[in-house]
Design a protein around this ligand. Structure first.
Ligand SMILES: NC(=O)c1ccc[n+]([C@@H]2O[C@H](COP(=O)([O-])OP(=O)(O)OC[C@H]3O[C@@H](n4cnc5c(N)ncnc54)[C@H](OP(=O)(O)O)[C@@H]3O)[C@@H](O)[C@H]2O)c1
Length: 224
């Protein structure tokens, strides 16, 4: 499968690239092609070391638009603030059968701690903004909100966590469920349609507040 990562030069992008490169062709995206290529070279070195050369996939890098055109699955790994702008530039580039994945968490900090932007500022959940910016809505799925980049990048570590998946199209959900299951120790848990994505997104500021106040490192979520 060809997995493109828009904003793949960030911490989450690195984690996705390393975790999936064992089996898939990963294309790391950036606003600057050269930055993407350098990141892809570094990730390739790290992946080869981690998997002792046993990689049937590959990692390459390119400008975000080129990445969007070629992907079977496209991860939008960018901050919430730039969804509108990025989607406006990318709309029309993405194939109609491409599955677009939002791990995006609308989060900021105030004096009380980490807060969920839609609740505090009356803005829309991340998945809703992506669906508005990149129709058709049916191809958008959301997941990975409560997975720490630190753990995701550490490919030798089993995540021992769940991740909630939201989406309207069962085929798209099934494809993402398969990709989630390929990540060691990560269990996919279907939460419901995309309109429920806010319930997964809001867990991240909650986790970070609990972690900060109780001196926990990169906690995750697991249903028992
Ligand atoms: N970090 C975590 O532990 C974590 C956990 C769960 C979910 N998430 C979510 O996952 C997403 C990615 O997280 P991250 O920590 O990897 O993000 P990040 O490092 O802050 O940003 C990722 C990439 O976004 C691109 N970017 C920055 N400004 C941009 C702009 N104005 N327009 C378009 N692209 C821009 C940059 O790539 P270029 O400069 O190369 O274009 C950057 O490397 C976020 O939405 C975050 O909420 C993060």
């Amino acid at each position: 499968m060809k997995i493109g990562i828009v904003g793949g030069t960030g911490g989450m992008g690195e984690g996705f690239a390393l975790r999936w490169s064992q089996k898939h062709d990963i294309i790391v995206g950036s606003r600057e092609a050269q930055k993407a290529k350098e990141a892809a070279d570094n990730y390739t070195k790290a992946a080869k070391e981690a998997f002792s050369g046993a990689m049937s996939g590959s990692i390459s890098g390119d400008e975000n638009f080129a990445v969007a055109k070629g992907a079977d699955v496209l991860i939008l790994s960018i901050p919430y603030e730039f969804i509108g702008d990025t989607c406006a530039k990318m709309s029309g580039q993405i194939r109609n059968d491409c599955i677009v994945v939002s791990p995006i968490v609308p989060m900021t900090r105030n004096d009380n701690g980490f807060i969920y932007i839609p609740l505090e500022q009356g803005k829309k959940p991340a998945a809703e903004l992506v669906a508005e910016g990149l129709p058709p809505r049916s191809r958008i799925v959301s997941a990975f909100h409560t997975i720490s980049e630190v753990k995701l990048k550490n490919v030798g570590q089993s995540l021992d966590a769940d991740t909630f998946i939201c989406g309207d199209d069962q085929g798209a959900v099934a494809t993402l469920t398969g990709l989630v299951s390929e990540i060691s120790g990560l269990r996919p848990v279907y939460l419901g349609p995309l309109s429920l994505s806010y319930q997964a997104e809001i867990l991240t500021p909650m986790l970070l507040n609990a972690a900060r106040r109780n001196k926990m490192k990169n906690p995750g979520v697991k249903l028992t």
